[in-house]
Write a protein that binds this ligand. Structure first.
Ligand code: FE
Length: 191
């Protein structure tokens, strides 16, 4: 795979289609500057500000941009809210579409063929692999990302987080919980 990527990059550079310095800036930016902390701040705000949650529901792209998060792979955002009745899981069955502006670059497993197929065939089994066991009555909804539309899961606010400020709440929001492959952390267990 590494050789194939190198070969592809070499040809693209030789033909003048990409600038290696620009590529490096993009990768550096999304690997180190932009990450799931952005999404965690969106979730923490949604948990603590009812008006903000309404704006997220109406136009997630605009509401997320209010916090300064926009740009590549985040042009068309939609939220999927977890409730006791419904748990949402996000996948890109075709490739690896992912909301870069709020979560950074996708984890390796998100891009893997087994996740992309099993998330649809056996989502409950996938969640079990991640250590998430949902009540039998909770429905599972799987969202297939596309080049046009990216999803951000709003995990359920954990019990015991009442009265916490937004910074403390954001620390409870893991990357996986915003993909639906995990739950928000219980206060006291935050990293
Ligand atoms: Fe994709």
């Amino acid at each position: 795979m590494e050789l194939r990527v190198k070969a592809l990059e070499t040809i693209l550079v030789e033909k003048g289609y990409v600038d290696p310095a620009a590529l490096d800036v993009l990768i550096e930016t999304y690997e180190h500057r932009i990450g799931p902390k952005n999404g965690a701040r969106v979730v923490a705000r949604a948990w603590s500000d009812a008006d903000y949650l309404l704006r997220l529901r109406a136009d997630a792209t605009a509401a997320i941009a209010e916090l300064g998060y926009s740009g590549r792979q985040g042009e068309h955002m939609r939220i999927a809210e977890n409730t006791p009745e419904v748990h949402n899981l996000v996948v890109c069955t075709l490739c690896s579409c992912y909301p870069w502006s709020v979560l950074g670059l996708p984890p390796v497993w998100y891009k893997s063929a087994p996740y992309r197929s099993r998330a649809v065939i056996d989502p409950r089994g996938v969640l079990r692999d991640f250590g998430v066991e949902l009540p039998a009555g909770t429905k599972l909804r799987v969202w297939d990302s596309t080049a046009e539309l990216r999803y951000l899961v709003i995990p359920m606010r954990p019990a015991g987080s009442e009265g916490m400020d937004q910074d403390a709440l954001a620390a409870l929001v893991t990357r996986d919980s915003m993909i639906g492959a995990g739950l928000a952390l219980t206060p006291g267990k935050a990293a």
